[in-house]
Design a protein around this ligand. Structure first.
Ligand code: GLC
Length: 636
C-alpha cells in the first residue's frame, strides 16, 4: 500500500527547485490515488511508486531551461487557438530525412501550417514496422531518418518559425525486436512480465472469445506463438507488435521514462497511440476499460509535474460515446487527454459526401458536443490510417435508413464498386465473420480526382476539387485544431507502389501514404494547375481560420436546424461575433431558407462570405440562400 509522502521517503528534490516542489505537492494526492487505484494489490507497488517519483524529479531536473521557460509562459489553453494549423507527415516520404526537413519549413509556412505531427521516428524494424508503430528502441531515432541531434536541430528551426511539434508515444506495444521482448524470448521472467505471456492456449482462448480482431485479414486472433520460449504472447495488432502488460507497475514507469524523454525533446503535444487498448481483462473486449482511463489520468498528472507545457492527445478511434471519455469524466473531467481525434465527425463527413444527406451526422452531434470546455478536438478529413465507420447503427436507423445497407453502400461507394461512384479507394481489414470493413484511399482519390484525371473529364476534375475543399472547410471551421495530412494540400491521389514491397503489400493503408514529388509540389504555385487550385484553396481556408478568433475552440458551436437535409450549417460565436458556416453536401444546387439564420439568434441584415467575398442581403423566411453543388459559405 502506498501511503507515505515522498518527503518522508527522502524524495524532496535537491536544491531549491521551488516550482517542482510546488507541482509535486499539488499533484501528489492525485498521483497517489490514481496509482493506488491501479496498483495497490501489486507486491511491488510501494517500491515502484518511489521509482515513479524519482523519475518525475529526474526528468524535471534534466528539462532544458528553454522548455521550462515555455512551460511558464504557455497559457493553460494555448492549444485552443484559432491560429494553430497542423500537418501530419512521414519525414522520409515527405523529404527524405530529418536533416532535410528544415529546408521544407518555408513551404509549410507558406501554406499556413505551424504545427507538425512527425509520424513515428524511433527505431522500428524494416518490413515489420507498421509505419513506425512497432518500436524496437523508444529513445533511438531510426537511422533512416537521422539521429537525435538532427531532431533537436529541426526542433530549433521550427521554434524559430514559431512552429509546434507533435510526436507519438506508442504506448500499447513494442516490436518483438525491442530489448524487453528479446530478453523475454530468452527466458528472462522479469521481462516476460512486461508482456501478456502464457504457457499454453487456455487463457488466450478465453481472451479471444471476447476480444475483437483489429487486423483480421493479416493478423487474425490476438495471440502469437513464440517458439524461442515456447509461450503465447498477446499481439492485438500485428504479430510482431507485442502488447505491454500495464498491470505490472514496472512497465508503467519504464514507459513514463519514454514519455518524459519525449517531453524533454521539446514536444508540445504528445500523441498517445492506441490508448483504448492499454488495459486488458479477460471476458471483456479489452478496449476502453476504466483502468485504461486511470492510467491516462496518471500519465497526465505525471506530465503536469515534470513537463507542464506538454499537452496530450489520446488517439482513441472508438465509438463516439467512448471517445468523449478520453477527455476525462467525473472528478477527472478535462483532466485526462487534452485532445482527442474527432474520428466520428471525420467518418460522418465521408457519410455526408457519399449520401448527400446530413441527417446521420446531425443525429450523432449530441455525443460529440459533450466535449468538456478547455479540451479540444483534432479535426481532420484524412490521416495515415483507414476511415472506420464507427458511429452507431442506431443513429443511421434514427433517420430511417437500414444500418446494414447504409454501411454496405458506403463501402461500395468508396471502394468504387457502386455504379457511377467517382471514388477510388479500397476496403481495409474486411472481416468476413462480422461483415465489418474500413476504407483506405487518399482524400483526392476518394473525392473522385483520380478517376476524373484518368477519364480526362474536366468537369469532374473541377467537381472533385470542389469536394476536396468542401471537406477541408468543414473540418477547419468546426472547432478544434485542423490536422492536414501531407499531400492533401495538392491533391495527391493513391499510390499503388506499395503492392510491390513485401513489407507493405499486406497493408493497403500504404496507398494513401504518398512519396512527395517536389516537382509536383512546385505546381502548387500555379493556380492554373489542379495542384495550384487545391493549394491556393487550402491556404485561403487556413488564412480565414487564422483571422477570426471565433474559430478558437471555446465550445462555441451551435448547429442550425436542418431545413434542407443536404446542407450542414453551424454558427460559431465569440463575444459579439457570429460566423455562419454553411456546407452543401448535395450534388445539386441547394436552397436554404433565410429563416435558418434567424432561428437561433438575431442575424444581421447583410452577410459577407469570407470564401468568395460575395455579399448577401438576408431575405424573408420564404426567400433562400442559394448554395452551389458541394459549395460552402463562411458568412458574417
Ligand atoms: C494507431 C496507429 C496505426 C497503428 C496502430 C497500432 O492506431 O495510428 O497506424 O497501426 O495504432 O500501433
Amino acid at each position: 500500500m502506498v501511503n507515505t509522502l515522498p518527503k518522508e521517503n527522502g524524495f524532496e528534490p535537491k536544491g531549491k527547485d521551488k516550482a517542482l516542489n510546488f507541482r509535486l505537492n499539488e499533484g501528489l494526492e492525485s498521483l497517489m490515488t490514481l496509482y493506488q487505484s491501479i496498483y495497490q494489490q501489486h507486491p511491488k507497488a510501494e517500491e515502484t511508486f518511489e521509482k515513479l517519483i524519482r523519475t518525475l524529479i529526474k526528468f524535471d531536473q534534466e528539462r532544458a531551461p528553454e522548455f521550462k521557460a515555455q512551460d511558464q509562459s504557455k497559457k493553460s489553453d494555448w492549444f485552443l487557438s484559432n491560429e494553430l494549423v497542423g500537418m501530419s507527415l512521414y519525414v522520409d516520404r515527405f523529404c527524405g530525412n530529418l536533416k532535410k526537413l528544415p529546408s521544407k519549413l518555408p513551404y509549410l509556412c507558406e501554406l499556413g501550417v505551424n504545427f507538425l505531427h512527425l509520424m513515428p521516428l524511433f527505431e522500428s524494424p524494416a518490413g515489420e514496422s507498421d509505419g513506425g508503430y512497432a518500436v524496437s528502441d523508444f529513445q533511438k531515432i531510426d537511422s533512416k531518418f537521422g539521429n537525435l541531434s538532427d531532431l533537436k536541430k529541426l526542433r530549433k528551426a521550427m521554434q524559430d518559425q514559431e512552429m509546434h511539434l507533435m510526436l507519438d508515444i506508442v504506448l500499447n506495444h513494442t516490436s518483438h525486436h525491442h530489448e524487453w521482448a528479446q530478453k523475454a524470448k530468452a527466458g528472462d521472467t522479469y521481462y516476460q512480465d512486461f508482456y501478456y505471456m502464457y504457457d499454453n492456449r487456455w487463457i488466450p482462448n478465453e481472451f479471444d472469445t471476447s476480444m475483437p480482431e483489429i487486423f483480421p485479414e493479416t493478423s487474425p486472433g490476438n495471440f502469437t506463438y513464440v517458439s524461442e520460449c515456447d509461450k503465447w504472447v498477446m499481439t492485438v495488432f500485428h504479430q510482431y507488435q507485442w502488447d505491454l502488460n500495464f498491470t505490472n507497475p514496472a512497465v508503467f514507469v519504464a514507459m513514463l521514462e519514454n514519455i518524459l524523454f519525449y517531453a524533454n525533446l521539446g514536444v508540445d503535444l504528445l500523441r498517445i497511440d492506441a490508448p483504448a487498448f492499454i488495459w486488458k481483462q479477460n471476458g471483456t473486449s479489452s478496449q476502453n476499460l476504466p483502468q485504461a482511463h486511470q492510467l491516462l489520468r496518471l500519465i497526465k498528472q505525471c506530465v503536469k509535474v515534470s513537463a507542464p507545457g506538454m499537452a496530450l492527445l489520446g488517439e482513441a478511434i472508438v465509438a463516439p460515446k467512448e471517445i468523449i471519455k478520453y477527455f476525462g469524466s467525473e472528478d477527472y473531467l478535462a483532466k485526462e487527454c487534452d485532445f482527442a481525434y474527432n474520428a466520428t465527425q471525420m467518418a460522418l463527413q465521408w457519410d455526408m459526401l457519399a449520401t448527400g444527406d446530413t441527417r446521420v451526422m446531425l443525429a450523432a452531434q449530441h455525443d460529440i458536443l459533450q466535449k468538456p470546455i478547455g479540451t479540444s478536438w483534432i479535426t481532420y478529413t484524412r490521416s495515415h490510417d483507414d476511415i472506420g465507420l464507427g458511429y452507431e447503427d442506431e443513429k443511421i436507423a434514427q433517420v430511417g435508413r437500414d444500418p446494414y445497407l447504409h454501411r454496405q453502400f458506403l463501402k461500395d461507394y468508396y471502394s468504387g464498386s457502386y455504379p457511377g461512384s467517382p471514388a477510388k479507394g479500397a476496403l481495409f481489414s474486411s472481416n468476413p465473420k462480422t461483415g465489418d470493413a474500413r476504407i483506405s484511399g487518399s482524400l483526392a482519390s476518394l473525392c473522385g480526382l483520380e478517376k476524373a484525371i484518368e477519364d480526362a473529364d474536366h468537369l469532374e476534375i473541377d467537381k472533385s476539387i470542389q469536394k476536396i475543399l468542401l471537406m477541408q472547410a468543414h473540418s477547419f471551421f468546426l472547432g478544434g485544431m485542423p490536422m492536414l495530412y501531407y499531400g492533401d494540400e495538392l491533391g495527391y491521389t493513391n499510390d499503388y507502389s506499395y503492392q510491390n514491397d513485401p513489407g507493405k503489400s499486406y497493408d493497403n493503408r500504404w496507398m494513401h501514404r504518398p512519396i512527395i514529388d517536389w516537382k509536383k509540389n512546385a505546381k502548387g504555385k500555379n493556380e492554373n494547375t489542379v495542384e495550384g487550385k487545391i493549394f491556393a484553396g487550402t491556404r485561403k481556408l487556413i488564412q480565414i481560420r487564422k483571422q477570426l478568433p471565433v474559430f478558437g475552440d471555446q465550445k462555441n458551436l451551435t448547429w442550425l436546424a436542418p431545413h434542407n437535409i443536404h446542407v450542414a450549417g453551424f454558427v460559431r460565436s465569440y463575444g459579439s461575433q457570429k460566423v455562419y458556416c454553411i456546407f452543401n453536401f448535395g450534388s445539386e444546387t441547394a436552397f436554404l431558407t433565410w429563416y435558418a439564420f434567424r432561428e437561433l439568434c438575431k442575424s444581421p441584415d447583410e452577410l459577407q462570405d469570407h470564401w468568395t467575398g460575395e455579399k448577401f442581403t438576408v431575405g424573408q423566411d420564404n426567400e433562400y440562400l442559394i448554395i452551389p453543388p458541394y459549395g460552402f459559405y463562411i458568412l458574417d
